[in-house]
Design a protein around this ligand. Structure first.
Ligand code: 3HC
Length: 693
């Protein structure tokens, strides 16, 4: 048929086998091949039914994202789907792997559907700022009802084969070989005299239309700021207002409008960036990672526990070393408690929890780490302690064992020297809670061996993380950029903005919370310790804005003590605290500061451009090899809204000339010390280009 679709006859049945790696997307040649297969099967009197199946690890996982934003070669997907609707012979989808987006739409346009038990189904379009564009919003309700459709189409989640079967989205779960099962299904179909049919001909469900209003409210909260989920909801409603054929035409128009919109452009860039960061410039893709069979974790505070859990969750044996016996016991109990919470919620079975617990071998003796292939250090964030630990690790582990520090800002190269085996040393900066947060900031030191880099990138993926690579600098990518945002936030408070107003600006920009609510959540004592560690490099003004130290001195540690910037009741919701107003007013009086009204746009620009400028420095210094690392890290690490594409992509959309002009204005007002523009930003703005080109 075409390069990617093979047409084969098996007696009275024909099979169109799609083989379009990596995910069998509906690229131009697949669409052409499917169209030809349908035509051939229809015209061949000896063929009684057509089976559509895929080679490789998945059924069609969607439209081809690489074609988006470019002219689409005919036939377009809706055309192929219309051919399926009009076919007189039954078409059967035989599915495995992931049936997503356009792939799910092809499946729903087939007349019958069978799938292996492990198949997953979903419409991830909203995650790309899109919505189904080939009938998904119209066929799904006709087969599965409104509630299931709203869940699938507007939230972008996936369901398993059992759920799909229970909701009428597939006809049969196929055991054993899928090709053989599909043929047997076709034979039974024909023997029973069943012919072609189409979901197009079914009525819309008589479900309660109040579901729309309820969903609108849920989406406005759960997917705040995103335009696609509400558009997707609107598309489903079309089925009640017009005929199927008119509704799919309008759905396609809406899909195209969404595709041209800024959010989809940003989310698609981020999708590509999240995959691009796995390819490290200059690192051969053929470089073999070192085998990791056993993981060691040393230091069992909050981070160490989470890291041990993340490794055990991936089925890896963990030697968990705590240096104090009491703490060791407490750590294991805490780990058990966290997993028990998952069991109670039903996301983990007791048997799996027991297996995972059995993978963790506690020890108070670092020499036990001799059996590990990778040791992750998560002891107290103190250079002297970490230096001692690395010297010890260098002595007790085998040469070739990777020694990684979970430090969030300390010097990896100094730890590498202390170990005596600098080529084996790197950073692996996890985010709290380490067993939950997806981002992993891997750090390459000056002397880290290339295969160590390859190993920690592969290891991160193996434990379900999204690893990015940073070079060594104070705070690496995420905390270095975040530190600039915190600096501006404290300065803004000194100048007159109140913490709640600042948080509100960032929340309305799309962050899950602002810097002050975040400080309260993380613990102001933790923030004060980080400020103390950086004291030597802080400016006089940064030292003066010592709100965090004042809070801690007053026993206000944030959420955990019931008060910080905000006051917290039983519900843990932040509430205004007049005590904070008093503290700020006293601070201003003590230092003779005249507070003024600060406008929301100044707050937004100062907080965000401070990060963009630092990102440009990070890029210019080669700490991040590409803007991709920065955007992926900031979206997944601190909740920079994904639909902006991340700080660097967002700045590109504003125009670097405009960003630079604001930075120059701030420089004139607040000095070179804080607002000297990054040379790379100046250079790119001068050339009229962006960080991405
Ligand atoms: N089109 C083109 N390439 C795709 C693709 C797609 N829809 N989905 C994935 N790929 C590529 C990736 O870019 C990656 O390429 P690379 O190796 O060059 O980096 C490769 O396939 C493997 O992808 P992953 O690293 O993500 O592999 P995983 O095995 O972890 O995951 C997956 C596989 C679950 C299919 C995941 O890739 C995924 O979720 N893909 C996106 C699916 C999607 O969003 N589909 C909807 C598209 S929009 C649509 O269909 C519109 C329709 O309604 C008209």
């Amino acid at each position: 048929m075409t390069q990617t679709v093979t047409y084969t006859r098996h007696g009275a049945f024909a099979e169109a086998l799609i083989d379009n790696p990596p995910v069998n997307a509906t690229s131009a040649s697949v669409r052409a091949g499917l169209a030809a297969a349908i035509r051939t099967a229809e015209e061949d009197p000896a063929v009684q039914a057509l089976i559509i199946r895929c080679a490789g690890k998945t059924f069609i996982a969607g439209a081809d994202i690489k074609e988006f934003g470019k002219p689409i070669a005919p036939p377009q997907l809706p055309t192929v789907i219309r051919m399926m609707d009009e076919a007189r012979k039954p078409i059967i989808a035989a599915m495995h792997g992931a049936v997503l987006g356009g792939g799910f739409e092809v499946a729903l346009a087939c007349h019958y559907r069978i799938a292996t038990p492990s198949t997953k189904f979903g419409f991830p379009e909203v995650k790309l700022g899109l919505m189904p564009g080939a009938g998904g919003s119209q066929r799904t309700p006709r087969l599965a009802g409104l509630a299931m459709t709203i869940k699938l189409v507007t939230e972008g989640g996936q369901i398993d084969a059992k759920t799909a079967h229970a909701h009428g989205l597939i006809d049969e779960i196929a055991e054993g070989d899928l090709g053989a099962a599909a043929l047997a299904f076709a034979e039974r179909l024909v023997a029973a005299g069943k012919g072609a049919r189409s979901a197009r001909d079914l009525p819309m469900p008589a479900d309660d239309p109040a579901l729309f209003e309820a969903a609108r409210k849920t989406l406005a909260r759960k997917m705040r700021g995103q335009t696609a989920p509400l558009k997707a909801l609107e598309a489903i409603r079309l089925g009640y207002e017009m005929s199927f054929d008119d509704a799919v035409v309008r759905e396609l128009e809406m899909f195209r409008e969404a595709m041209a919109g800024p959010q989809s452009k940003a989310l698609r860039n981020l999708f590509a960036a999240e995959r691009e960061v796995a390819r490290i410039p200059g690192l051969p893709e053929t470089l073999a990672p070192r085998p990791i069979k056993t993981v060691g974790v040393i230091g069992l505070g909050t981070m160490g526990r989470g890291i041990a859990m993340a490794a055990a969750n991936a089925g890896l044996p963990v030697i968990a070393v705590g240096l104090d016996l009491n703490n060791l016991d407490q750590a294991l109990r805490a780990i058990g408690k966290m997993w028990s919470g998952n069991v109670a919620k039903g996301s983990l079975t007791q048997a799996t929890m027991d297996e995972r617990l059995a993978l963790i071998t506690p020890s108070a003796d670092p020499t036990d780490l001799a059996a590990a292939d990778l040791v992750i250090e998560a002891v107290t964030e103190d250079m002297a302690i970490k230096t001692e630990v690395f010297a010890r690790l260098g002595a007790v582990t085998r040469p070739g064992t990777i020694l990684a520090s979970n430090t969030s800002y300390l010097d990896i190269d100094a730890l590498a020297t202390a170990s005596g085996r600098p080529e084996d040393v790197c950073g692996m900066h996890f985010f709290n809670p380490a067993h939950v947060m997806r981002l992993l900031e891997n750090v390459r030191g000056a002397r880290t061996a290339p295969d160590v880099v390859a190993t920690i990138m592969a290891f991160g993926k193996r434990i379900g993380k999204l690893p990015i690579l940073s070079g060594v600098c104070d705070g690496f990518i995420v905390n270095r950029m975040l530190a600039k945002r915190s600096r501006e936030a404290f300065f803004l408070v000194e100048e007159g903005a109140n913490p709640e107003a600042i948080d509100k600006v960032l929340v309305s920009f799309g962050f899950p919370m602002g810097p002050f609510a975040l400080g309260d959540l993380a613990g102001l004592d933790v923030q004060a310790a980080a400020r103390k560690a950086r004291k030597a490099s802080a400016t006089a003004r940064e030292l003066r804005a010592d709100f965090v130290e004042q809070m801690v001195a007053a026993g206000r540690l944030g959420q955990k003590s019931g008060a910080g910037w905000y006051r917290y009741g039983e519900d843990r919701k932040p509430a205004h605290d007049p005590e904070t107003d008093r503290l700020i007013a006293a601070h201003a009086q003590k230092h003779g500061l005249l507070r003024r009204e600060v406008r929301a746009d100044e707050i937004r620009e100062r907080l965000l451009y401070a990060m963009v400028n630092e990102g440009a420095k990070i890029l210019g210094e080669g700490i991040a090899p590409r803007p991709h690392e920065i955007d992926v890290a900031m979206v997944n690490g601190i909740g920079f809204p994904a639909y902006t594409g991340g700080p660097m992509f967002w700045a590109d959309q504003i125009g670097l000339g405009k960003v630079l002009a604001s930075i120059e204005r701030f420089r004139a007002d607040y000095g070179d010390e804080y607002w000297a523009p990054a040379p790379l930003l100046v250079a790119h703005a001068g050339q009229g280009r962006g960080f991405y080109g």
